[in-house]
Every structure is written in structure tokens, then in C-alpha cells.
Design a protein around this ligand. Structure first.
Ligand SMILES: [Zn+2]
Length: 195
């Protein structure tokens, strides 16, 4: 039931973020798929490589289906981005903001740049903070944190430097390789919940 709810939430996301970045929704789906699976889509449930794209007019997000286990998935399923209310285009905006802004990023920056509620912006910050402390992102950026202490509300404040030397594509790729708390039994922190 929870999984269905999350998928429905993803299906209901807006595509305005993608459009305002000058990329079509399809191009952004292609980008996320390539960042997650450089060798082509792979089933997150069984690891099967024989997958095909579904054409479902009623579904906004792109879907793939696995021939082996017959399950459907999106390119964010099983990652820290699964269940986010933000569109993929909005995540591009967040990644650019975090990687390009000369000062640290707060929740209100995300809120205003994306035109979303404070709650939705905080949820995005929660997911970023979660990923910052885990591989592969931690291995990329060390102990730096481009978010303000307020944005990382329940975590100790690391050094507080903005990112240098990683691109927004690298940040997105790292997020797409960060397991959510539900798939990470070692996690002792509060999982980011969907807002
Ligand atoms: Zn499968």
C-alpha cells in the first residue's frame, strides 16, 4: 500500500521544473536513467537487465517493466529520491542551486527557487542531508555541507563549506545511488518522510 501511495505521489508531480530548465520532461527522464544506469536500465528488485519501457498515457513519470519479475519501476525507485513530491526537473534545480550557489543553501532558497511550500522544500533538504552522510556522496564531498545548519535540522553541523569541484550531474548521480532508509538497515536516523 505504501509503495502504491509513493508511486501515485510521484505520478502527480509537476513538470514545470523540467521545462524551466530548458529540457523536456523526456530529456530529463533520459538524464536520470543514464546517471543511474550508464549501461542501461536494470530492475531494482531482481537485478534483471531485460526491461522495457511502458507506454502509459495516464502516468506522468516514465515507467519500465522487468521481464523476469514482471515488476514496474521508475528511474528513482529504490533511491533516496523515491516518493519525493518534487519533479525530476525540480531536482535538477536543487542540484544546481546546491552546487553553484556561492553561499550555503537554506530551505527558503529551495522554496523560492522552486516555487514550492516550505514543507516540501524541507523534505528535499532532509533527503540531501541524509545522502550527505552516506556513500557515495560522502566519499565525493567529504565533510563539507552546502546546506545551512537550519536546513539540516536534526544533524550535527559539519564544516560548513559549500561544494567545490563537483557538478550538479555528479550530485544527482550520487543521490540516485543513495539507498533510502527503508533499504538501509544500518540507518539509525529518522527517515525523510514524504511531505
Ligand atoms: Zn525484476
Amino acid at each position: 500500500m505504501l509503495r502504491n501511495d509513493l508511486e501515485q505521489m510521484q505520478d502527480g508531480t509537476e513538470d514545470s521544473g523540467a521545462r524551466s530548465e530548458g529540457m523536456t520532461e523526456s530529456a530529463i527522464e533520459d538524464l536520470f536513467t543514464a546517471l543511474r544506469w550508464p549501461d542501461g536500465p536494470t530492475c531494482p528488485d531482481c537485478g534483471g537487465r531485460e526491461v522495457y519501457r511502458l507506454n502509459v498515457a495516464s502516468v506522468r513519470r516514465r515507467r519500465y517493466k522487468c521481464r523476469r519479475c514482471r515488476r514496474q519501476f521508475s528511474n528513482t525507485k529504490g533511491t533516496i529520491l523515491e516518493g519525493s513530491k518534487l519533479s525530476l526537473g525540480d531536482w535538477v534545480k536543487v542540484a544546481r542551486l546546491v552546487c553553484c550557489r556561492p553561499e550555503r543553501v537554506g530551505v527558503t532558497h529551495i522554496q523560492h527557487d522552486l516555487g514550492v511550500s516550505y514543507k516540501t522544500a524541507q523534505n528535499a533538504a532532509d533527503r540531501l542531508c541524509y545522502a550527505l552522510r552516506r556513500p557515495p556522496l560522502r566519499d565525493l564531498v567529504g565533510n563539507t555541507n552546502p546546506l545551512t545548519p537550519t536546513a539540516c535540522r536534526d544533524q550535527p553541523d559539519p564544516e560548513g563549506a559549500t561544494f567545490r569541484g563537483i557538478t550538479w550531474e555528479q550530485l544527482l548521480q550520487a543521490l540516485l545511488h543513495t539507498l533510502p532508509p527503508t533499504a538501509d538497515p544500518g540507518s539509525a536516523t529518522r527517515p525523510p518522510t514524504s511531505s
